[in-house]
Design a protein. Structure first.
Ligand code: MG
Length: 375
């Protein structure tokens, strides 16, 4: 059943905790819609197209990039919130912004940058996504960053260490007080996992690193494989793969909606604050699907993300990020003027943060070009 009105426990714009810098309302757009639009207009968003999800962009035109990944997250999340009576504009804003803080070269880039930053407060991609929208986007005359609403920022900051949470003010409070974010943030978080679990199966098969035979060890995959085989005994190649994956997505999304809806019916919450006060996340799969979903995630970790071919790329990425970081630390003048000026004003730790911001913002191809220029 599709509802038109927002449920009482959804994020309602009238009850928003607002923006850091007060702004007059827009004539024809709601506040969360405005957040979404600002994210789509941001420089960081455009860069996502040249940032690695798992496979480096130049390895092939059909692999997911951070941009297409973010679009898949948004569409899964929108489907879910529409049924549950949650706020669609908000979930779209969170989904489109959730990976803005990712470095070039995927997790390899982020892990390396975190190591480079170990004496200067570390590097976390979630926190970096928030830094991008709060500080690093330079677009508006009246304020730094995009000045997004509290609810969008709350959704972007998925995890955060206690130490960092203390420095973040009201947006960090929930990590200290062990509160939950709103339901839209919870949906975007799981939609992220649904998207990558499924598209990485597709990309892994396309790259020849995963086989259908091996994937059949996974219950989620095997059940849909068997169902497709029964219905289309002769189906082969890409069509077989697509048919299995679209059914896997459909199954987990349906399970997520049904399980969460049943919980919400049970809890009968009156507001987003009751969601925040509730002791654990409400948006969830059934136990069975949760088990199979986590198992597939582990399978991908072992067989795809740690595959020798992917590791080769990972090792190169590590070398490049380390080298870039060392060069800019040794001589900030290698960076563009604005970055160099800020870096030169501060102590080593402030300089390192500027360098991390600069390196994290790079696309894969820009990082490669810079690496070649400096070496
Ligand atoms: Mg993601």
């Amino acid at each position: 059943m599709l509802r038109s009105a927002l449920a009482p426990f959804a994020a309602h714009e009238e009850q928003s905790r607002g923006r850091v810098y007060t702004e007059a309302p827009a004539a024809y757009r709601g506040e969360f819609q405005r957040d979404r639009d600002r994210i789509v207009h941001s420089t960081g968003f455009r860069r996502l197209v040249y940032k690695t999800q798992v496979f480096v962009n130049h390895e092939g035109d059909h692999y997911r990039t951070r941009l297409t990944h973010s679009l898949e997250v948004a569409q899964i999340a929108r489907t879910v919130v529409r049924v549950l009576g949650l706020n669609e504009s908000l979930v779209e804003a969170i989904s489109l912004a959730h990976d803005l803080g990712h470095t070039p070269f995927g997790h390899a880039g982020q892990d390396t940058l975190n190591t480079c930053m170990r004496d200067y407060g570390g590097f976390e991609h979630n926190l970096q996504s928030l830094r991008v929208v709060d500080h690093l986007e330079v677009k508006y005359a009246d304020f730094p960053g995009l000045n997004l609403t509290f609810e969008t920022r709350e959704g972007i900051l998925k995890h955060c260490s206690t130490r960092n949470a203390r420095e973040l003010g009201e947006i960090g409070e929930r990590f200290l007080q062990r509160r939950q974010p709103g339901l839209e943030a919870q949906v975007a978080n799981i939609a992220d996992a649904i998207a990558y679990n499924n598209h990485d199966v597709d990309d892994g098969i396309r790259a020849g690193l995963l086989s259908i035979e091996k994937l059949r060890e996974q219950a989620l995959f095997d059940k849909q494989f068997s169902a497709v085989r029964r219905q289309y005994p002769d189906l082969e190649g890409r069509r077989l793969v697509y048919e299995i994956i679209r059914r896997m997505i459909n199954l987990v999304v349906t399970d997520l909606i049904d399980t969460t809806q049943a919980k919400l019916d049970d809890l009968n919450l009156a507001s987003i604050d009751e969601v925040r006060e509730y002791g654990s996340p409400i948006v969830s799969f059934s136990e069975q699907v949760q088990k199979e979903h986590v198992s597939l995630k582990g399978f991908l970790m072992k067989n795809l993300y740690k595959h020798d071919k992917v590791r080769e790329m990972t090792d190169k990425a590590q070398q490049m990020v380390e080298s870039l970081f060392a060069h800019y630390m040794a001589d900030p003048a290698h960076m563009p003027k604005e970055f160099c000026a800020t870096a030169s004003r501060g102590d080593a730790s402030e300089q390192a943060r500027v360098v991390a911001d600069y390196v994290a913002g790079m696309t894969d191809r820009y990082a490669i070009a810079e690496f070649e220029r400096l070496n």
